[in-house]
Design a protein around this ligand. Structure first.
Ligand SMILES: *Cc1c(COP(=O)(O)O)cnc(C)c1O
Length: 346
């Protein structure tokens, strides 16, 4: 347990003295990050963003944006959760080129909502995925995350990065926050941390992490020895096999291929993502209208041909690729070949 925490403290882009605590699932770690932020700030409210996904427990359902399938019929939800507009470059283009490319402007839009509808004096934390996962692999415009973080620092609001999906080399950096040059107050990790065994963590600035009373946080299985051994082996493998660099190579191969497809196919509205976390957003030809049916047909066709791809996104029209970081070039290219054939057939 201690060795895993030492590795997390070494690897995460949190500034200064740090602490880590271990839990079982991503949702459980998100819940604990919120508890820690409330304990530190003595304030109740939490802001999450449009299209956000933070889990399926009661508090994290409240943080998650999309009703179907995650929330429908499962309420009532936890109170004091508010939602702010995200920077979503592909769709922000409807509000003009500036909103799509100027992250600071998109942050101003969000901060205005936060200021006017919640108020910093009531706000414990802002929680955000540096690249959204279930929401559609949305990479915010440059400057969006730094501007939000700066506002949080100036207003005694804890900035929580949910890196459950983006963490551990997935995006071509050990953590996606590194691409933005930001140092969150708390980082939540899970998924890739122990290569499939149940483990999650909250890592953060010591003064914040130390604020809950003794025995305030915990659980029977959090940081169990089997999961911890798996996490240590996983971290060792990521570093020894150069998987951060490998994720960058995967990005290069995929963006090159999907970019060429997009140039000749106006049903592909957007190709985006970082590292081995790449997606394409499918639309009605020549518009930005989501095409969920095409996405479904493409997933089904690929599955029938032996390639498993998942869809995501608020409008169910984003095809996402999360290849294993250990995939070979040959297998990756074969998968893309299959996908291209099926897209042409459709
Ligand atoms: C998967 C996920 C969660 C929830 O993790 P679980 O282990 O499924 O509870 C939280 N946040 C993000 C960004 C995720 O992708």
């Amino acid at each position: 347990y201690v060795a895993v925490c030492e590795q997390l403290n070494r690897l995460t882009p949190v500034a200064g003295e740090k602490r880590s605590a271990l839990f079982n699932s991503g949702s459980e770690a998100v819940e604990n990050a919120i508890k820690i932020a409330r304990s530190y700030t003595h304030k109740p409210a939490v802001v999450a963003f449009d299209h956000a996904y933070h889990g399926r427990t009661n508090l994290t359902m409240a943080l998650t944006a999309k009703v179907m399938p995650y929330k429908h019929g499962f309420g009532p939800f936890a109170p004091e959760i508010y939602r702010a507009p995200l920077s979503y470059p592909f769709r922000d283009a409807e509000f003009g080129k500036e909103m799509a490319t100027d992250g600071e402007l998109a942050a101003k839009r969000a901060i205005n909502v936060i200021d006017k509808q919640i108020g910093a004096d009531n706000l414990a934390a802002v929680i955000i995925e540096p690249i959204q996962g279930e929401g559609g692999f949305i990479v915010p415009a440059d400057g969006f995350l730094p501007a939000l973080l700066e506002w949080c620092r100036a207003n005694d609001v804890v900035f929580i990065a949910d890196e459950v999906q983006t963490g551990f080399a997935r995006t071509g950096a050990m953590f996606a926050c590194e691409h933005e040059g930001i140092d969150p107050d708390l980082i939540v990790t899970a998924k890739g941390i122990a290569d499939g065994l149940p483990l999650s963590a909250v890592t953060g600035r010591a003064e914040i992490m130390d604020s809950p009373h003794v025995s305030g946080l915990g659980g029977t299985y959090g940081g169990n020895p089997l999961s911890c051994a798996s996490a240590l082996a996983t971290i060792e493998t990521i570093e020894a096999d150069g998987l951060v660099a490998r994720a960058q190579q995967i990005e290069h191969i995929m963006k090159d291929r999907l970019g060429r497809l997009q140039a000749e196919d106006d049903r592909i509205g957007d190709v985006r993502g970082r590292g081995a976390m790449i997606a394409m957003e499918l639309v009605k030809p020549g518009t930005t209208d989501p095409d969920a049916d095409l996405t479904k047909a493409l997933c089904a066709g690929a599955h029938a041909a032996g390639v498993i791809v998942l869809s995501c996104g608020t409008y169910c029209n984003v095809l996402r690729f999360l290849p294993p970081l250990a995939i070979t070039d040959e297998l990756l290219i074969e998968g893309l070949d299959v996908l291209e054939l099926i897209l042409r057939d459709l």
